[in-house]
Design a protein around this ligand. Sequence first.
Ligand SMILES: [Zn+2]
Length: 264
Amino acid sequence: MIIDFHTHAFPKKISDCAIATLSSSCGNTAPQHTGTIESLVEKIKNCGCDKAVVLNIATNPKQQKNVNNYAISLLSNPDVVPFGSIHPDSDEAIDELYRLKEAGIKGIKLHPNYQNFFVDEERLFPIYEKAANLGLITVFHAGVDIGIPDPLYCTPQRLINILPIFKDTPVVAAHMGGYLLWKDVLNTLAGSKIYLDTSYSYSHLPPKWAKEIIKKHGADKILFGSDMPWSNTCDEIRFIESIGLSEVEMQQIFYKNATDILKI
Ligand SMILES: [Zn+2]
């Protein structure tokens, strides 16, 4: 079994535009699916992957409700686990967390670069606390973002600063804890109480460093992810298989840790 913990899809009427805009801001990366949920599911299944966690992001406060309506609409699809999103500038952020929880959503994605906040800013703490109290998993984009590289909104040290707020509710740092900040991840974040997803590692993260981070951090806190459509699930699976991990570690990474925290 394989669960891809980091994917994206868009509502049909905006998918073409969303894919084109995001692709061009990231240097014309070739998207690996058309943008719709049907295309995403077809592609991950072709790679032998069973389920995808679909991470949605509200890039302005006005979008928050629509983005979450889309996430909630995906709950009826057995092949995906949709996450909602909160915008820190929304007056309805806390109410929206309750709405997501009541609908059956399991987590939220926050993207500091696209939502313009540093992860350890105090104004975010009530959102973190409420998400944690409701048992919602919080996923952060971590490290450099190719589309918005500066400033560094989410570094390993800033993540360390906020981890105690979440108590026992899982927190996930995408891109192995900090895209392009991997030495910092190894020295600062590895071994702490946070999950790291492996998304967008293929041909970006040196396999030797991936192995060092996983060994120091513990394979029981690593989640397989691709970042579809910005990377391909098949390539990312092959990357994890190439690192030189044990069968047990690979099972943890490919699905056991995910089924554990998603309670599926
Ligand atoms: Zn992503």
